[in-house]
Write a protein that binds this ligand. Structure first.
Ligand code: NAD
Ligand code: DAU
Length: 343
């Protein structure tokens, strides 16, 4: 049904996974990746893909002329491009406002103009955070324990507030201009090709580099982990079966606190469970995220394939171990930046 799809941010972690997913599973589709190749974008993430099916356009989603010229020939835009790292947004929010808010507005204006289907990739962080289960009566087994599509927007960081702003723009364009759009808000992704500034790959590559892993604060903060392959399948499902104007939450019931995850990594990599440093906490650090994906599961029939976090984590550790050439040249700079922040 969609023959020509633009994937913004398709050279990043999750966008490139979607590109591989579509190439491998939907032979009728041609993809145009629009990516600025910031520090987070990497051509190597698209290596080996057939040139007659995937075209990389290096450019900025804020470039109206370029976006218009691409969107006018497309059937759909799947919008992943973003500044994506909370810690960076606390050092300098400016590019987050530009790419995440202005960039999204440029894309939805073009999709409105050419009546092109738009899918907006967003995050569970727009809903702010939840209390830790241990602090809830009955350990949170009651109502309101997870985010739902009706949860109020309460973003905490410059990153999450810029994503929340972009969601609101998309909703307004649907209502006011009839934009044919859907939105998905996903929880924390893990898997191969994730930038080493992020929690799981940072700790794996620390251990591989002889550096002690770094845990923010107490490590009690909970994230709801989903394998990025499951995210890609969910996005395809929403793009092709989702109802225009609707928001779908994507999650795989993968709640774990950071200390647990770090201890698993250490154990799987043959290190003592306590061989890490506690470092300065992230300012405004969200306590807990948890997704209720009932709507996606029941209305669109999606379910995750990676239901065993330990197995997915083991594959991820193996991938970073076997692909040092993909990350090693960036390691020193990433760690120097963290060291400056006391992290
Ligand atoms: P990433 O940082 O790995 O990749 C972002 C990509 O966007 C890079 O390839 C970068 O070059 C590109 N980009 C940045 N600014 C651009 C611009 N102005 N124009 C064109 N391209 C630009 O990010 P990710 O982790 O793959 O996240 C992708 C999307 O998924 C983001 O929208 C993010 O908010 C969302 N998301 C991420 C997670 C997660 O756990 N990583 C979870 C839920 C939602
Ligand atoms: O929930 C979805 C979001 O998940 C996405 O929208 C973001 O793009 C993505 O980056 C991710 O945000 P987080 O801030 O949750 O991910 P991060 O990998 O930065 O951190 C995960 C947790 O680990 C968080 O509680 C902070 C903590 N942490 C992080 C790093 C980098 C550490 O304890 N030590 C670290 O070195």
């Amino acid at each position: 049904m969609f023959k020509n799809i633009i994937v913004t941010g398709g050279a990043g972690f999750i966008g490139s996974n979607f590109v591989h997913y579509v190439v491998n599973n939907h032979p009728e589709v041609h993809l145009t990746v629009l990516d600025k190749l910031t520090y987070a974008g990497n051509k190597a993430n698209l290596a080996g893909l057939p040139e007659d099916r995937v075209k990389l356009v290096v450019g900025d989603i804020c470039d109206k002329g370029l976006v218009d010229s691409l969107v006018k020939d497309a059937d759909a835009v799947v919008h992943y491009a973003a500044e994506s790292h909370n810690d960076n947004s606390l050092i300098d929010p400016t590019p987050f406002i530009q790419t995440n808010i202005v960039g999204t507005s440029v894309l939805i204006n073009a999709c409105r103009k050419y009546n092109v289907r738009f899918h907006h990739i967003s995050t569970d962080e727009v809903y702010g955070d939840l209390p830790l289960r241990e602090d809830l009566p009955g350990h949170g087994e009651g109502k309101g324990e997870k985010f739902t599509p009706d949860s109020p927007y309460r973003p905490s960081s410059p990153y999450s507030s810029s994503k929340a702003s972009s969601d609101l723009l998309v909703r307004a364009w649907v209502r006011s201009f009839g934009l044919r759009a859907t939105i998905s808000n996903c929880s924390n992704n893990y898997g191969p090709y994730q930038h080493i500034e992020k929690f799981i790959p940072r700790q794996i590559t620390n251990i591989l580099s002889g550096i002690r892993p770094k845990l923010y604060g107490t490590g009690k903060n909970v994230r709801d982990w989903i394998h990025t392959n499951d995210h890609s399948r969910a996005v395809w499902t929403i793009l092709t079966k989702g109802k225009i104007g609707e928001t779908y939450l994507i999650g795989a019931d993968g709640e774990k606190n950071n200390k647990e995850v770090l201890e698993m990594i250490l154990e799987m990599m043959g290190q003592p469970k306590d061989a890490y440093d506690h470092v300065k906490d992230r300012p405004g650090h969200d306590l807990r995220y948890a997704i209720d994906a009932t709507k996606l599961r029941t209305e669109l029939g999606w379910k995750p394939e990676f239901t065993d976090f330990k197995t997915g984590l083991k594959h991820t550790i193996d991938w970073y171990t076997e692909h040092r050439d993909w990350w090693e040249s960036q390691k020193a700079a990433v760690e120097a930046k963290y060291a400056k922040q006391g992290q």
